[in-house]
Design a protein around this ligand. Structure first.
Ligand code: PEP
Ligand code: MN
Length: 352
């Protein structure tokens, strides 16, 4: 259940509502949405308690009986598609509003030359957002761990040069502020999907957050993690499906496009697809990118490197600049062909 407070409610009034509920043995938690203060509860309040609330807490505007365990991420809370606005000026991108968004770039930022070369191709190909990791979650502690803050500085310089917004991963709560200072979207990696302190900190940074699905996470677990970010009052959340564990080792992971379709029936948040980490194999990236465009995803994220065979990380799944050009041409054709099917419908906002 979600208790919506009046627009003018103060922090103190919010605390009072939580305290009064606690006095009746009910645990409520502070959350926010579009500037509105909320109290979220995992249970549904009885009619008697709802009447008591109305009579005793005039700061309460209304209650919403949302059945899903995630509240703010749910279509029950908001039926209108969330539009995530990334970057400023001419390069600004809107994710979730009908435009199919392409994020592309190297797995890892390696050098000035590598990033400028890749960004030039990304920009010319018509992709909308430049990706590049500065902090890398590597399976082995003896693999290249990323360039750190130096990589972030480089990413920002290249982003300004080509007027293209950026996405990069943040792995630790202590680095959220630094990453938010340099990048336009904070990426939470698959391995960190349930790092709850990181999710809260990323939410508070005031920048869009892209939440990758954990390799073994159910859709509900993924949405509960999104809820941690949303509860901070940051509604600019993008979901990214990047493949889940399977019994078959033929591909690095198993791209769950069925899961993408299913999660779209549960949430208003935009969902993008990462065919690079899903497959681990360059030749499989274009077909799955086309499939994502055909099935109604809001965009894709692909790894691209000017010399994939020399890449310090994920070279086998990185496509070349030429392949990126061809992929985007193909994706545009698919998007045009299916465009009318996925036109967002007129929908009403249930809350806030
Ligand atoms: C990445 O995007 O480079 C990455 C590490 O992805 P994931 O968290 O999905 O493995
Ligand atoms: Mn990678």
């Amino acid at each position: 259940m979600v208790i919506v407070l009046h627009a003018e409610a103060t922090e103190r009034e919010l605390e009072q509502v939580i305290a009064r509920l606690a006095g009746r043995g009910i645990m409520g938690f502070a959350a926010a949405n579009q500037g509105r203060q909320l109290v979220c509860l995992s249970q549904t309040l009885s009619l008697e308690i709802q009447t008591w609330l109305r009579d005793n807490c005039p700061v309460v505007e209304r209650t919403l009986d949302i059945k899903a365990p995630y509240k703010l991420a749910s279509l029950e809370f908001q039926s209108e598609a969330t539009e995530v606005v990334v970057g400023q000026g001419a390069g600004q991108v809107r994710i979730g509003s009908g435009q199919f968004v392409v994020m592309a770039g190297p797995c890892t930022i390696e050098s000035e030359e590598q990033l400028y070369k890749t960004a030039a191709a990304v920009k010319q190909s018509g992709a909308n957002i430049l990706r590049g990791g500065a902090f890398k979650p590597r399976t082995s502690p003896y693999s290249f761990q990323g360039m750190g803050v130096e990589g972030l500085e480089l990413l920002q310089r290249v982003s300004r040069h080509y007027d293209i917004p950026t996405v990069t991963e943040v792995m630790e709560p202590g680095y959220v502020e630094a990453v938010a200072q340099y990048a336009d979207i904070l990426q939470i990696g698959a391995r960190n999907m349930q790092n709850f302190p990181l999710l809260r900190e990323a939410g508070k940074a005031g920048k869009p957050v892209m939440l990758k699905r954990g390799p073994s996470a159910t859709l509900d677990e993924w949405l509960m993690s999104a809820e941690y970010i949303l509860a901070t009052g940051n509604h600019q959340v993008i979901l990214c499906e990047r493949g889940i564990k399977s019994f078959d080792t033929a591909t690095r992971n198993c791209l769950d496009l069925g899961g993408v379709a299913a999660v779209q029936e549960k949430t208003h948040l935009p969902v993008i697809v990462d065919p690079s980490h899903a497959t681990g194999k360059r030749s499989l990236v274009p077909p799955l990118a086309l499939a994502a465009a055909a099935m109604g995803a809001n965009g894709i994220m692909v790894e691209c490197h000017p010399h994939p065979e020399q890449a310090l990380c994920d070279g086998a799944q990185s496509i070349t600049p030429q392949q990126l050009f061809d992929l985007i041409k193909g994706v545009n054709k698919v998007v045009a062909a299916v465009g009318e099917i996925y036109e967002p419908e007129d929908a009403e906002i249930v809350a806030a």
